[in-house]
Write a protein that binds this ligand. Structure first.
Ligand code: PMP
Length: 406
């Protein structure tokens, strides 16, 4: 007999949203999730860009089982030589062996510090930038989301999100993503700029390559580090393994998480030896973590990386994203924007979007909105989604749009 946990969820699991989707999911496979009552849902959000290779990808499961048979946690980060970590660090470095028109002054990224999450990767990167530059000021974008710890939250570009937690870190300024005239705010006091190539939680906003070139130049002129947050855009999501490959620039520090783990928790901040070495010289303990780079997560991540590269999921994301754009034409959709399978379908209002999302869920398709943009539907399915499944999902979205009040 099926026992519902819904009431227990509301009674005992801390609630952080007025509108939790509150679906009871029992298992998931590929692009589908299955409710405990047997309902099948097409997952169009991948746990917010996490299950890029799909839920429970067989190669990821094999890698996890293989690692479980060897060992789990051994010792705090960075003490023992663990093959799962080493192999993943090498494989990530290989993905970063890219000749860029606008390189980093510090060379190619070949050093990986593994963390538990995207937020911790942001924290580590901030500390690395502070120690490397001897500066304390940061610049981030309005409406950007980089995590919820005190440091990452300080970088958030949403005042609503920060207000009740002040005082936060001092010396943080915001710029508008894509607006070149604002780059003057970067000075020789700025430790680092943190930015996404495609801004996720602001509702999928892109910027031109000439903007990114100007940003890279300004950072070089002022001795500021350029941190690219690819927590959401990485691992094939936007049509290349890393989104920055399309931008013509190369970062000084790169952040990853979410899709990186193939469904397991892991993140990383990555830099060249020249930058990262400040963490191992005095004062030591640049950053420390017990579970960061957990061997089971590393094994899963390496498998996810190989699946992404070997099946060329990035190239598939471009074609599949285009199909969504072609199919999602409706008078109630103002535009569908984004790159690869990181898409946003903008509607007139939150109310209409909410009604549409509720209807989609009733009909077996899961989507949602964005943290700092509540009139756009998030469309970021597993990259392994097929054309047929895209058609199935879009038909239900269009049907739902037809039946909401105009
Ligand atoms: N950076 C970006 C761009 C993100 O989208 C997120 C999560 N939404 C984070 C950082 C924080 O990652 P995590 O939730 O793993 O801490």
């Amino acid at each position: 007999m099926h026992i519902s946990h819904r009431q227990l969820f509301f009674d005992h699991v801390a609630q952080t949203s007025d509108y939790p989707l509150a679906l009871e999911i029992d298992r998931a496979e590929g692009v589908y999730m299955y409710g405990s009552d047997g309902t099948r849902y097409l997952d169009l959000i991948s746990g917010i860009g996490v299950s890029n290779v799909g839920h429970r990808h067989p190669q990821v499961l094999n890698a996890i089982h293989g690692q479980l048979d060897k060992h789990m946690h051994l010792l705090v980060y960075g003490e023992y030589v663990q093959s799962a970590q080493v192999q993943l660090a090498k494989a990530l470095s290989d993905t970063l062996d890219i000749n860029s028109e606008n390189p980093s002054p510090y060379g190619k990224i070949d050093n990986v510090y593994f963390t538990n999450s995207g937020t911790e990767a942001v924290e580590g990167a901030m500390k690395l930038a502070k120690r490397f530059t001897g500066r304390a000021e940061f610049i981030s974008c309005y409406n950007a989301y980089h995590g919820a710890s005190q440091g990452a939250l300080s970088l958030s570009g949403s005042e609503d999100f920060k207000r009740s937690f002040r005082p936060l870190l001092p010396g943080i300024k915001n710029i508008q993503h894509g607006l070149e005239s604002e780059l003057e705010k970067i000075t020789d006091k700025t430790a680092a700029v943190i930015i996404e190539i495609v801004s996720g939680e602001s509702g999928v906003r892109e910027a031109s390559n000439s903007y990114f070139r100007a940003l890279r130049t300004r950072c070089n002129e002022t001795g500021t580090l350029l941190i690219l947050d690819e927590v959401q855009t990485g691992f094939g999501r936007t049509g290349t393994f890393w989104a920055f490959e399309q931008s013509g620039i190369y970062p000084d520090i790169l952040l990853s998480a979410k899709g990186m783990g193939g469904g397991m928790p892991i993140g990383a901040f990555m830099a060249s030896q020249q930058v990262m070495q400040v963490f191992k010289t005095n004062p030591i303990l640049g950053h420390i973590t017990t579970f960061g780079g957990h061997p089971v997560s590393c094994a899963a991540s390496l498998a996810a990386l190989r699946v992404t590269v070997d099946s060329n999921l990035s190239a598939q994301a471009i074609k599949k994203g285009q199909l969504f754009k072609t199919l999602l034409v409706h008078e109630k959709i103002k535009e569908v924007r984004g790159r690869g399978l990181m898409l946003a379908a903008e509607m007139e209002s939150f109310e209409k979007l909410k009604q549409t999302i509720d209807l989609c869920i009733e009909k077996g398709v899961v989507t949602d909105w964005f943290l700092f943009c509540d009139n756009a539907m998030r469309i970021s399915p597993p990259l392994i989604i097929t054309e047929e499944q895209i058609k199935e999902g879009c038909a239900i979205i269009l049907e739902s749009l037809d039946s909401i009040r105009s």
